[in-house]
Each structure stands twice: as structure tokens, then as C-alpha cells.
Write a new protein. Structure first.
Length: 103
């Protein structure tokens, strides 16, 4: 990294990806619920995140954490929480999967 912490670099990346510069972001911030990242935007962000931070996402089960494009028909589907802290742990581990998320 460039002298900043992993967390600071991650927050900077997220802000650039979603063009949100005012909302507070901490380790407990939920990617979909708090930041509104869902569907194709979420898929694009996770792929960019994987490339930028060299994180293996091959075992990440996307549909457990993100809705498809917003739809009233899917609004009731319960998602698992994915936080900024989970993404930080994955950078350190080099992979984003259930074991890292639930650690």
C-alpha cells in the first residue's frame, strides 16, 4: 500500500467506486444496506476490489450478500451482512469467502 492503512485504502476505493464522499464509512458499514451497492453495481465493485487488492473471489457466493437489480419482488429475500470490515479482512487474507467473512 502507499503508506496508508489497508482500511484507509479500502475506504478510498469504495468512495471512488460508488461516488459517495459524504456518508461516514467504518468497519461496520454494510455494503448493500448502508451504501446502497446492489445488483450489477455490486458485481462490478467486487470485481474491481478483487483486482485492486489482489483478493481471490472465486469462492465468494455473491447472491448470499447482494440482491439482483432492485426489485419489489426480491425485497423480502434475506441477505447475509457484508461489511467494509469483511472486505478489509479479505484483503489481509487474500481471499473473500465464507471462512474469512465469518472469522
Amino acid at each position: 500500500m502507499d503508506g496508508r492503512s489497508v482500511f484507509e485504502n479500502l475506504v478510498s476505493f469504495i468512495r471512488d467506486e460508488i461516488r459517495e464522499f459524504k456518508k461516514p464509512i467504518n468497519r461496520d458499514t454494510l455494503i448493500e444496506e448502508n451504501l446502497g451497492v446492489t445488483g450489477d453495481d455490486a458485481a462490478d465493485m467486487i470485481l474491481s476490489y478483487s483486482k485492486k487488492f489482489n483478493v481471490d473471489i472465486s469462492n465468494f457466493i455473491f447472491v448470499k450478500y447482494f440482491h439482483d437489480e432492485p426489485s419489489v419482488f426480491l425485497a423480502n429475500r434475506k441477505l447475509n451482512a457484508l461489511t467494509v470490515g469483511d472486505l478489509e479482512k479479505a484483503i489481509i487474507a487474500g481471499r473473500l469467502d465464507e471462512e474469512v467473512i465469518n472469522s
